[in-house]
Design a protein around this ligand. Sequence first.
Ligand SMILES: [Zn+2]
Length: 289
Amino acid sequence: MTAGGYVGRFAPTPSGPLHLGSLLTATASWLDARARNGRWLLRIDDVDAPRQAPDAEAAILRSLRRHGLAWDGPVVRQSGLRSHHRAALRRLGGHVFACRCARRELRGLERYPGTCRNLSLPHAGNAIRVRAEDQPRTFTDRLQGRSPTTAEKGDFIVWRRDDLPAYPLAVVADDHAMGVTHVVRGADLLDNTPRQLHLLSRLGIQAPSYAHIPVLVTASGEKLSKHNGVTALDDQAATLNLAAVLGLLGLDPPAGRTCPARLLEWARPRWRVSRLPRTRTIEGFTALE
Ligand SMILES: [Zn+2]
């Protein structure tokens, strides 16, 4: 890797096999990295163990390989980065406090009311929150532009009561540990980004460049998941799947590209993040029907 080079990543949760929506994100992230001769890393976000489905990781790796999406270096597992999560929490120092509020006590509140802010409760056995700043944080997304951020809901959880890092802390620490410079991911994470930027700022880490791409939804607007009947990718149909995904990414490959590697080779120099709609969702459930 050259110093200052592009480092991208794909970070699926091993809760099930890839579906067309996750293939869309993986392909966009891969093309963005490869179009700039960058590295593309694979991280399995497995720290939330109860959500894991047996054999999901193997199925994800197999699908990526069959679809020609080769990654650089060894597979990184979030569970192997625990020391980085704990170090990030330590570095937040006086910006965090323990919170013993039960979820039901906060139900219906627009923002965390600061109940435990000055109680100096022990960290062990409690959730840990970081003090949020009052002013809203905006950032410029490569696709979505200057992103309106939802009003911050007050001090937010960075460490869970069950002793696991919360998503914004884990993702910030993981990406930093891996040297990630560019994040291409689903726009369902757009609203979480201000929290990540707040943590990055507190940790003194330079923020990566973000591109939040539309999430594939069903005709009724639901994100694809196994709950609305979306099935795993058929790896035997990898070329068809990839052609459909490239179409959704604003690239229409000519007929005759007979394997995923050739399709990706064709798409790589043509990739522009700006070809995508500047929306949070696209309806593409029927792309394969
Ligand atoms: Zn509290």
